[in-house]
Design a protein around this ligand. Structure first.
Ligand code: CDP
Ligand code: CDP
Length: 231
């Protein structure tokens, strides 16, 4: 094989993908790719440009001429720094407005085609941990290690609430957070193109009651197992 290994991590909102993927990448010396940040950046631009969410041709056009850049630094508070057409949108893409809209835009076939093309270009040489919804099923179907991370809706909503508190953002009720997560899960899993789905060869990790360090250690150990077997 003419590339270095790839780790694919998929799962629903709040399963711990970003946090864990970044840690796994760090401990294995691989690059970290947050694909959700790309869909969020495009969503931010759509809102900023005043384009309607159902105006697919205009969004397609916007997607094809937009430049997204990502970088991972050492600040534990910032999983990925994100720019779109040179606007720093690192914080703006985490807003409630973007979060509410992103699934609708990520469901559009042309949007996916454009962003997946870019993800595959970044992964050409391997040596990455990529995280999202369709990494193991569509973006890197030949990834050496595929993980599907989940947790109950209740646990994921609690994690989100804690995130808001830590970031000193206004509180949102647990019931509301559960409902938002449920809605996004449904939209992501029922869309026509590349829905959120566990790849047949992905390893399922249920993270209820598991800490970040524990989940990370499990994935790192699976990586070593897989790579020593395939060698
Ligand atoms: O961090 P969180 O789980 O809230 O979401 P994210 O990973 O930032 O992804 C935001 C949204 O982008 C998801 O709800 C999906 O609609 C979309 N997405 C996708 O469709 N495919 C991916 N590979 C990654 C994200
Ligand atoms: O990327 P995704 O939406 O899947 O989740 P995340 O943003 O990485 O994680 C959501 C929150 O849950 C973060 O504040 C993590 O620190 C926390 N978390 C946790 O408490 N326990 C885990 N096993 C994984 C994540």
């Amino acid at each position: 094989r003419d590339r270095q290994p790839i780790v694919a991590i998929d799962g629903p909102a709040g399963a711990g993908k970003s946090t864990v993927a970044r840690q796994v990448a760090k401990s294995l010396g691989l690059l970290y790719l947050d694909t959700g940040a790309m869909y969020r950046a495009l969503t931010w631009l759509v809102l900023e440009s005043g384009i309607r969410v159902d105006d697919e041709p205009s969004i397609a056009e916007l997607a094809s001429r937009s430049q997204i850049q990502l970088s991972t630094g050492d600040d534990p508070q910032i999983t990925t720094r994100v720019w779109i057409n040179d606007h720093d949108v690192t914080f703006a893409i985490r807003s409630l407005e973007v979060t509410a809209m992103v699934s609708a835009i990520a469901a559009q076939p042309y949007v996916r085609q454009e962003l997946v093309k870019q993800q595959q270009r970044w992964g050409l040489k391997g040596s990455i941990v990529a995280e999202g919804r369709d990494i193991g099923t569509h973006v890197f179907p030949d990834a050496e290690l595929k993980i599907f991370l989940t947790a109950s809706v209740h646990e994921r909503a609690q994690r989100r609430q804690q995130d808001l508190k830590n970031q000193q953002q206004p509180n949102v009720s647990l019931v509301q957070l559960e409902q938002d997560i449920q809605e996004r899960d449904t939209r992501d899993s029922t869309r026509v193109v590349a829905p959120l789905q566990k790849a047949a060869d992905a390893i399922l990790i249920e993270t209820d009651g598991l800490g970040i360090a524990e989940v990370t250690a499990r994935i790192v150990s699976l990586y070593h197992q897989k790579l020593s077997v395939s060698r």
